[in-house]
Design a protein around this ligand. Structure first.
Ligand code: FES
Length: 61
């Protein structure tokens, strides 16, 4: 499933990044998954926020 369409990346890529990084923030996650871009339309940020929040709640690092 694509999370962001402006700088396309998938939920799989987000999960891979989060698994490798431990805890992270939405902005760091966006930058890492988009290749250093800033959000454009920002429609994906709620979805990304949910994924990061769920991940951080279960992360131990
Ligand atoms: S869909 Fe992610 S910035 Fe537009």
């Amino acid at each position: 499933m694509f999370v962001c369409l402006c700088h396309p990346f998938s939920d799989k890529k987000v999960k891979e990044y989060l698994d490798a990084s431990g805890r992270s923030t939405v902005s760091k996650t966006y930058s890492a998954c988009s290749g250093g871009q800033n959000p454009n339309c920002c429609q994906c940020l709620e979805t990304l926020k949910d994924i990061v929040k769920t991940h951080n709640a279960g992360a131990t690092a």
